[in-house]
Design a protein around this ligand. Structure first.
Ligand code: ADP
Ligand code: ADP
Length: 240
């Protein structure tokens, strides 16, 4: 089964429909890059997968489990109980364009906060897990630094470590390098490439075509709220 199965997904804001019946399967253990013009609905689709937005109709299955809504025999959607929604969502991590770190917490504090407050780990366990994730993104030596003392690339790597610490099965990235200076983009893309090599399932909204072509195993091109192309990069980026 795919990691994510999206069926006839529609999303409207008020009277305006911005996703028009998306059908899409996201392969397990692969990196899928979501590309397309500004305003085509990439971010909205990603936010629906993260359940930060509720789709207007259609369904999303995560590892075979319905996310948020379940389709019934009569075709109508039923909202799932909050506990089940939370359980399915907990398998999904997200990294944003703006790193969204807490400025008053150190790098390690940012990574461990949810481990203590949400998962109920002891400070010690959380610290160990947090340090392991900072090591994974090459920032062990920066654990005691505050975000303002870190470069943008380092801040984004802390945000990735924070997402990883919650042990997601799927990681979503919404233009993770778009607010970085070009010289800092590479260090973030390298961390993402390593995660891909480790077999993490990732969906990446990006304008970095070089990254999509070399790291993406699947390219999905969205235009005006529809999937226009969906295939391996060699097929999509091949010269005519
Ligand atoms: P992309 O990520 O491809 O740039 P978005 O998903 O951000 O596209 O936006 C798709 C469309 O939905 C755009 O026309 C945008 O203006 C609109 N949109 C996005 N978020 C909202 C919102 N919260 N309220 C109203 N319209 C929105
Ligand atoms: P992105 O392309 O990454 O979604 P935007 O700058 O388009 O970034 O959107 C930033 C925020 O504003 C998002 O939360 C998005 O949902 C919201 N947004 C985008 N377009 C609109 C809109 N037309 N009306 C209201 N909110 C919007």
């Amino acid at each position: 089964a795919p990691a994510i199965a999206i069926r006839r997904l529609c999303k409207s804001y008020g009277q305006t429909e911005v996703l028009h019946g998306i059908d899409l399967e996201i392969a397990r253990g692969a990196t899928t890059c979501l590309i397309g013009p500004s305003g085509s609905g990439k971010s909205t689709l990603l936010r629906c997968i993260a359940f930060l937005e509720e789709a207007t109709s259609g369904t999303i299955l995560v590892n075979g489990q319905p996310l948020g809504f379940e389709e019934q025999a009569d075709g109508r959607r039923r909202r799932l109980p909050q506990a089940r929604i939370r359980e399915v969502r907990s398998g999904i991590g997200m990294v944003f364009q703006q790193f969204n770190l807490w400025p008053h917490m150190t790098a390690l504090g940012n990574v461990t906060e949810a481990l203590v407050t949400v998962q109920g780990l002891s400070r010690r366990e959380a610290g160990e897990r947090g340090m392991a994730q900072l090591r994974r993104v090459g920032l062990e030596a920066r654990a005691r630094h505050y975000p303002s003392e870190l470069s943008g690339g380092q801040q984004q790597r802390v945000a990735i470590a924070r997402a990883l610490a919650l042990e997601p099965k799927i990681l979503l990235f919404d233009e993770p390098t778009a607010s970085l200076d070009p010289e800092l983009t590479g260090e973030v893309l390298n961390v993402m490439r390593d995660l891909g090599d480790e077999g993490m399932t990732m969906v990446v909204v990006t304008h970095e075509i070089g990254f999509a072509a070399t790291v993406g195993q699947r390219i999905v091109f969205l235009d005006h709220g529809r999937v226009l192309l969906n295939g391996p990069p060699a097929e999509l980026f091949a010269p005519p």
